[in-house]
Design a protein around this ligand. Structure first.
Ligand code: SF4
Length: 389
């Protein structure tokens, strides 16, 4: 039986965090209901929309059973619970489904007892919090709305409502972060005993206000208080050892889980399994083709209302790009990749590429399995650059 993941993008936030490089907007809540109606329309009419937009909808997808839904953003917890119920209901009505994991991304300050209970009633069984830090000074300088106390309050409400799968995110590299505040954030996170943890390094690019300021060498948004690259790498290494000691399995470069709690939905991305994305900016992958909707929420709503899917990118993968994805995405998983399987599937020999990386100490081999050398995970980008040469 083919399995399928569904991703739903909710591109709305209350404010814009200084480090944010996502396509998301601060809009009036009156725009939420029309947006949700369009997402549900896209879900219901996806076959016709795909056919009209010229994207493939192969038989494997038509017959697939949806087992995971991920509602991300943005801040989807800003929506009314009834909106989320409509989205999950639209998936159930329009696909064969055996839902084992339904994730909602949430900001801690948006959680209330009533919302938590309604989320569970809507079928949501996993909540992923953008905590980022347990230090109020860091949260404030990053432009976050929540404070440390909100995380404790929200986690308690979710547990009381019956959510048994909580994921907490931290960011290494926020302005004003120090080795000791990072240790403190890790210790508080572990004390809350989430089932799943993500640790991201601050991304520095023109897509965020803070990133742009850093690139220009300015000091706005506390850019002068951002830890150095070496400090960030040390924070990451500290997270690896602290989380390992607390019983978390490091299963992907940025992700750790208690046994049995690896994100089933996100594993589909790294294993190149099929998923369909609905909403503005949502990406889809059929196994042979990748496409994405227009990022602008107003443009998306306008197009769907006019009966058209606003596809912005559409790429039919060549064997060469599929192979690159196998290597790049596969190696993000710490269990590694089976080179024999890939060589068989793509009719190529990877011996020379991997021999070079193994002798440079970047890759570890165990039979036909190749994986990132544990001590080189924090410099995985260098490995990927080497691999693609
Ligand atoms: S809550 Fe998330 S998506 Fe929204 S602005 Fe902040 S980082 Fe960006």
């Amino acid at each position: 039986m083919n399995r399928l993941g569904i991703y739903v993008q909710v591109p709305f936030c209350q404010t814009r965090c200084t480090y944010c490089n996502f396509h998301t907007g601060v809009v009036s809540s009156t725009r939420f209901a029309p947006y949700v109606a369009c997402v549900c329309e896209e879900i219901a009419g996806h076959r016709e929309f795909y056919a009209a937009a010229g994207v493939a909808s192969p038989a494997e997808i038509a017959d697939a059973v949806v087992d995971t839904i991920y509602i991300g953003g943005g801040t989807p917890s800003l929506l009314e619970p009834a909106h989320l119920g409509c989205i999950v209901g639209a998936v159930r009505e329009n696909f064969a489904s055996e839902l084992s994991e339904v994730t909602l991304e949430a900001d801690p300050e948006t959680v209330t007892e009533g919302k938590a209970a309604a989320w569970v009633a809507a079928g949501i069984n996993r909540v992923s919090f953008g905590v980022q830090s347990f230090c109020d000074e860091e949260l404030k300088s990053a432009g976050r709305m929540h404070r440390r106390a909100d995380v404790y309050r929200a986690a308690g409400m979710l547990r009381a409502a019956g959510i048994t799968n909580i994921s907490l995110d931290l960011i290494a590299g926020l302005p004003k972060q120090t080795a000791s505040s990072w240790q403190q954030s890790l210790a508080e996170l572990i004390a809350l005993a989430p089932e799943h943890v993500s640790v991201y390094l601050l991304e520095v690019d023109e897509g965020s206000r803070l990133g742009g300021e850093l690139l220009r060498g300015g000091n706005r948004y506390s850019a002068g208080d951002v830890p150095s690259d070496d400090e960030m790498a040390e924070f990451y290494d500290t997270a690896c050892s602290v989380l390992r000691a607390a019983g978390y399995e490091h299963y992907e470069i940025s992700n750790w889980a208690k046994p049995g709690f690896a994100s089933r939905h996100n594993l589909k991305y790294w294993r190149r399994e099929a998923y369909l994305g609905f909403g503005a900016g949502a990406h889809s992958f059929s196994g042979t083709e990748r496409w994405a909707n227009a990022h602008d929420a107003a443009e998306y709503v306008g197009a769907i209302t006019a009966g058209r899917l606003p596809v912005e990118q559409d790429e039919k993968l060549t064997a060469e790009s599929a192979l690159e994805e196998e290597l790049f995405l596969g190696l993000r998983q710490l269990e590694g990749i089976d080179l024999e399987r890939i060589e068989r599937q793509y009719g190529v020999s990877l011996d020379s590429r991997f021999a070079r990386l193994t002798s440079a100490g970047l890759i570890e081999r165990e039979g036909s399995v190749a994986r990132l050398a544990p001590e080189r995970i924090s410099v995985s980008n260098e490995v990927f650059v080497e691999l693609m040469k």
